[in-house]
Design a protein around this ligand. Structure first.
Ligand SMILES: Nc1ncnc2c1ncn2[C@@H]1O[C@H](COP(=O)(O)OP(=O)(O)OP(=O)(O)O)[C@@H](O)[C@H]1O
Ligand SMILES: [Mn+2]
Ligand SMILES: [Mn+2]
Length: 659
């Protein structure tokens, strides 16, 4: 088998030539099958060429500039021959159908492999891929070529999971780089991949600061992108998202960063993706290499020949442990497997800790002394004269546009079989859902146990504080028992609880969930948002020894860059980020219509007034009202989890229920 080269083997302009790659093909020699990818600048098809499966890239040509670019890319591709680069087999370089025929790489691109297939490579697999990529880039740089679009989506894997760098759409000779304006770059630097969820900024996240600053780029810009890519391989996390890294959730997440904000943070604040953790078994030398690769100053970044020799040396050392396992595509070395197995089992255990059950259990064991028959908050003598609300309740919770659900809630009407005592709560987790899951069980448990001994207000206060202490305690003991290995994992949650004891309503809040009361048709906030943008809270945090900094777009607390200033958990930020709630007490009367409790996913996009208005024209059924509010918030673009509880405080007429 072999493709015939028809002389003269040049493109129509005569600028591209090759002695080995055919540059025009008779239509009978190939068959286009289905498209496999559609970019802004090309469509890639599966195809058969001379009996063999290939990938055909058909550039979108809309301007003469596109044609110039195509010829430039073809000239470049004709020059290249390296096992780490996607191999050009043939081209059709004549109008009207310009096509590039590439070797077909069957195991997806690295971005899909990591984030769609959720592949987690062993450390040795990462190192193998890194060194092959580095060699391919070293080869390019030696030819004076800068790739300028190094990212996982442009790394194609073959059946052995051996990487091949593809997509030379932005590649340039270094000597021409000065003439390439940022404008050109930007127009083709579009986001890739359907899995690339909403607030991601595509290619931007792999771009070196000097490019973002629109300064002149050098081959060291590829080194930066390489560093980001290798870290993504190790963490499995799309840079600057919390896709799979609970540990960094609040840092960049709340975050719906705009492109400008992210750019500003990368350029001026030195923001980088969360570095892979040592505990995952990554050699420290690799972490240091990644950090040098993404150094803000291009001159401090190593060259690819430095990178290749460092990685080769490292692989050599690991190889001495067990020879044959280092072949590409094969399982990692024994030693590595042991580490990885341990890590994996520990990680899965960590994920498997049932925080809800732990919460339930914790609130029980500490209070076995409490008498379960004791009545909570028993009536005083003149209670007969007071107004009692007649309640109905409902809730709706959705993870919205987020990948994971970190909100939890509980509904406990008629607590301890008391017909006029009810309690409801919402917890909005961050850096994972552990704290929220734990608290949704522990907090009402504590409250019930405390009910027979102290006032409702003090019981709420105590329940918050104890839930927090108990959660941090549990987390600590899991850390000690090595069931939680990520030492830097500090999950937390905000919490709000509404306790109705006959005609008295207590709302306890720590964080940015909110409760409003509709009284006489008007909304009244019964809680205050505890966020660092609130001056009073900021001062409280600072006085308690915490650090508050303006970061990117708002005030944030501590290295974790938390926006909330009170929470359960977050043990890295205690005591400044306190779990002590602010509590309001309201005496209910016949004027009071309903309560709306919700996580910030609602309040970010729906005002108190709007919430009241929406309920006004919704069927008077609390579950429906909750759902309506959450749906409205989602439609308005809330990017967060949304939990809503609606509690009617007086009977609604049948007519109102229907209309
Ligand atoms: N040789 C190949 N074998 C298998 N799949 C391929 C091949 N070439 C490209 N693809 C698939 O098509 C996708 C797009 O290819 P490529 O990056 O070259 O095109 P592009 O239009 O420049 O894309 P981008 O949107 O990244 O600019 C790749 O991510 C890969 O999934
Ligand atoms: Mn691409
Ligand atoms: Mn491209």
């Amino acid at each position: 088998m072999g493709l015939e080269i028809l002389e003269p083997n040049t493109c129509i302009r005569g600028c591209c030539t090759s002695s080995s790659i055919p540059l025009h093909l008779p239509p009978s020699s190939y068959t286009l099958l289905s498209p496999i990818a559609r970019g802004a600048e090309s469509v890639v098809y599966e195809a058969i060429l001379d009996g063999r499966k290939v990938a055909v890239k058909k550039p979108v040509l809309s301007t003469s500039h596109d044609l110039d670019k195509l010829h430039q890319q073809l000239q470049l591709l004709c020059e290249l021959d390296h096992p780490g680069l996607a191999k050009l087999l043939a081209a059709h370089a004549k109008p009207p159908n310009y096509m590039f025929f590439f070797e077909f790489y069957e195991s997806l691109n690295l971005a899909e492999k990591l984030h769609v297939e959720e592949w987690s490579p062993s450390i040795n697999q990462v190192l193998m891929i890194a060194v092959q990529l580095a060699k391919a880039l070293q080869y390019l740089h030696n030819l004076g070529i800068v790739h300028r679009d190094v990212k996982p989506a442009n790394v194609l894997l073959d059946s052995n999971l051996y990487p091949h760098l593809a997509d030379f759409g932005l590649a340039e000779y270094k000597k021409n780089l000065k003439e390439v304006s940022f404008q050109n770059w930007k127009s083709s630097g579009k986001p890739t991949g359907g899995f690339h969820k909403k607030n991601m900024v595509g290619t931007l996240i792999y771009m070196a600061p000097e490019i973002l600053k629109k300064e002149i780029q050098t081959e060291k810009s590829d080194v930066y992108s390489f560093g980001i890519t290798v870290n993504e391989l190790l963490t499995g996390v799309v840079p600057y998202t919390d896709l799979r890294a609970e540990a960094q959730a609040h840092t960049v997440l709340e975050m719906n960063y705009t492109e400008q904000q992210l750019t500003a943070a990368v350029v001026s604040d030195g923001l980088r993706p969360a570095l892979a953790g040592l505990e995952s078994g990554v050699p420290a030398s690799v972490l240091s290499l990644i950090q040098r690769c993404w150094d803000a100053n291009p001159q401090n970044r190593p060259s690819f020949s430095d990178i290749v020799s460092e990685l080769d040396l490292l692989l050599e050392n690991r190889k001495s442990v067990k020879e044959e396992d280092l072949l590409p595509g094969k399982a990692s070395s024994l030693q590595d497997d042991n580490i990885m197995n341990r890590v994996n089992s520990v990680q899965s255990y960590q994920e498997n800790i049932n925080w809800s059950a732990q919460g339930e259990h914790s609130s029980k064991i500490t209070f076995n002394e409490a008498d379960s028959d004791m009545r909570i908050w028993s009536k005083s003598r003149n209670d007969a004269l007071t107004y009692y609300p007649v309640i109905s309740w409902g809730s709706f919770a959705t993870c919205g546009r987020r990948e994971t659900m970190e909100d939890t809630h509980f509904l406990i009407p008629h607590m301890c079989n008391e017909k006029d005592i009810h309690v409801f709560g919402i917890f909005d987790g961050h850096r994972g859902s552990a704290a929220a899951e734990f608290s949704a069980r522990a907090l009402p448990g504590f409250l019930q146990n405390l009910g027979s001994t102290i006032s409702p207000l003090n019981a709420l206060l105590e329940a918050f504080v104890r839930t927090d202490a108990m959660f941090r305690n549990e987390l600590d003991s899991h850390r000690k028992s090595k069931r939680v290995i990520q030492k830097d994992w500090h999950p937390g949650c905000t919490a709000v609880a509404a306790l109705i004891v006959r005609n008295r309503l207590f709302v306890a809040n720590a964080g940015d969930c909110r409760v409003i009361l509709c009284r006489g048709g008007h909304p009244y906030a019964l809680s205050r948002d505890h966020v660092a943008s609130c001056l009073e809270e900021r001062e409280r945090v600072v006085n308690a020894g915490g650090q508050v900094k303006w970061q990117v777009d708002t005030w944030r607390v501590g290295p974790a860059a938390l926006q909330v200033t009170r929470s359960i958990g977050d043990d890295d930020l205690k005591p400044a980020v306190t779990a002590e709630p602010e509590i309001t007490e309201t005496v209910l009367s016949s004027e009071d219509e309903f309560l709306v409790m919700a996580s910030d996913g609602l309040w970010d996009v729906v005002s108190n007034e709007e919430a009241v208005n929406i309920i006004r024209d919704t069927v008077k059924e609390p579950g429906m009202c909750s759902k309506r509010l959450a749906t409205e918030a989602a439609e308005r673009g809330s990017k967060d989890n949304i939990t809503v509880i609606v509690i009617f405080l007086r009977p609604v007429s049948t007519a109102e229920r229907i209309y």
